[in-house]
Design a protein around this ligand. Structure first.
Ligand code: PMT
Length: 395
């Protein structure tokens, strides 16, 4: 998707500049053309030669240094860019651009570009939370500039808090979705469910499963990139919601059903990739249960089958289910398509290598209402997400 795209990377002076090297290497591997502009301060952290070697392009730092190609360079890079990313973006660069200051190669080029500009901030947590910085970010956002939020953690200065630059893989996938111009889901609203549900036994313990949410988050990311309005209704996971989707976090199957129903009327499409627990404890104890007995039985009651209930009120919506099986994959999946009144089902087998829970890939069979089975090779969950969306379009 990044093949032959022109990406201009602005690197500013922060310790996270080392991560920008990995970013350039990823973008180049994806066959993008990367031009790097560094601020003077950035060169104190990383030698321009590193970026030059990784990108195979000359790195620009000083506007006034011989040879004076800069006069056209800042305009030509500004025009050539399909996307501008500033990573790491310091409080200083954000402040300058928010206030129209163009006093070096990076700020001048940003000022001259019409390409989308994305900031990946990195700084100390107190700086990040400073209202001056926050109001500069708000100002830029209002003007259409994009931000990839930093994460929380231990910062280079030793403080704990928000301010760690997003990881290069997160930035890469953000760039991917920005440049994915195929907006063939514009005007559509999609509900995607992801992750496991947790059914409480008591305030400490629960019944759940191994779903990580990767499959559902990939679908949400691709649907958003293709122009849809996306409600991502997710059970507990450590994943960060893709930028732009509306994340609704839930715990139990009943929670999930309730939150789906709040948006069901608005939705054109529902894709249930969540691994919903089929049973929940009959009683969820208010206090932690004591371990007094040698044996303990927990009575379970059936959870609502969310997809089955949605199937009863399908109307002209498109309903897509997933099926996770350990045996008789096709037979079971065929039965579910009909029983749950689905348009098609995506079936994965737990015992197939590279399929199912936690992997970045999946190996699936897609089964439609007529019983047609399409066996797909192993592919990334992101590619599968695109393929599922392509199928939906054909419907
Ligand atoms: O999250 P990952 O780690 O990336 O893993 C992805 C996945 C393996 C969870 C995903 O690919 C997957 O297979 N999800 C569906 C798992 C599942 O619950 O399968 P099922 O055969 O039990 O359910 C069939 C369908 O009914 C599913 O769409 C499920 O969301 C839905 N369902 C199930 C039970 C229930 N009570 N209500 C439901 O709506």
């Amino acid at each position: 998707m990044l093949k032959n795209k022109n990406i201009v990377l602005g690197v500013t002076g922060g310790i996270a500049a080392y991560k920008a090297c990995d970013l350039v290497s990823r973008l180049v591997k994806a066959e993008a053309n990367v031009d790097v502009i560094m601020t003077q301060n950035a060169t104190k952290f990383i030698n321009p030669l590193t970026f030059q070697s990784l990108s195979s392009n000359q790195v620009i730092v000083d506007m006034f240094k011989e040879p004076k190609y800069w006069e056209i360079q800042h305009i030509s890079l500004a025009k050539k860019a399909d996307l501008f990313i500033i990573a790491p973006a310091t409080a200083n660069i954000i402040g300058k651009i928010a206030n129209g200051i163009a006093d070096d190669m990076l700020t001048t080029t940003v000022m001259a570009t019409k390409a989308p500009v994305v900031f990946a901030p990195a700084m100390n947590c107190n700086m990040y939370e400073n209202p001056i910085l926050q109001s500069n970010i708000e100002r830029l956002k209002a003007l259409g500039y994009k931000f990839i939020e930093p994460s929380k953690g231990r910062l280079a200065c030793g403080d704990m808090g928000i301010g760690k630059m997003a990881e290069p893989d997160v930035i890469e996938s953000y760039i991917n979705s920005m440049l994915d111009r195929k907006k063939d889901f514009a005007g559509k609203t999609i509900i995607v469910t992801a992750g496991p549900t947790r059914e409480a036994i008591d305030p400490v313990r629960y019944i759940s499963n191994h779903s990580t949410g990767k499959m559902g988050y990939a679908i949400a990311q691709k649907a958003m990139a293709r122009g849809a309005k996306v409600y991502l209704i997710s059970g507990p996971t450590i994943l960060k919601a893709p930028e732009g989707v509306q994340l609704i976090s839930v715990n139990s199957a009943k929670d999930m059903q309730k939150r789906i129903m709040e948006h069901y009327d608005e939705a054109n499409i529902v894709i249930m990739s969540a691994a919903v627990a089929d049973y929940a404890p009959a009683i969820s104890h208010q206090q932690k249960m004591k371990k007094d007995n040698e044996k303990l039985s927990i009575e379970l009651v059936k959870n609502p089958d969310i997809l089955y209930e949605l199937g009863k009120i399908k109307g002209d919506k498109i309903l897509v289910g997933f099926a996770m099986e350990t045996q008789d994959l096709i037979e079971n999946a065929k039965e579910k398509v009909i029983k749950k009144n689905l348009d098609f089902i995506v079936a994965n087998d737990l015992y197939t290598e590279g399929a199912g829970f936690g992997t970045d890939t999946n190996v699936v069979k897609i089964i439609d209402r007529k019983g047609n089975v399409d066996s797909l090779p192993k592919m990334t969950k992101l590619d599968l997400a695109d393929l599922i969306l392509d199928r939906i379009l054909k419907l």
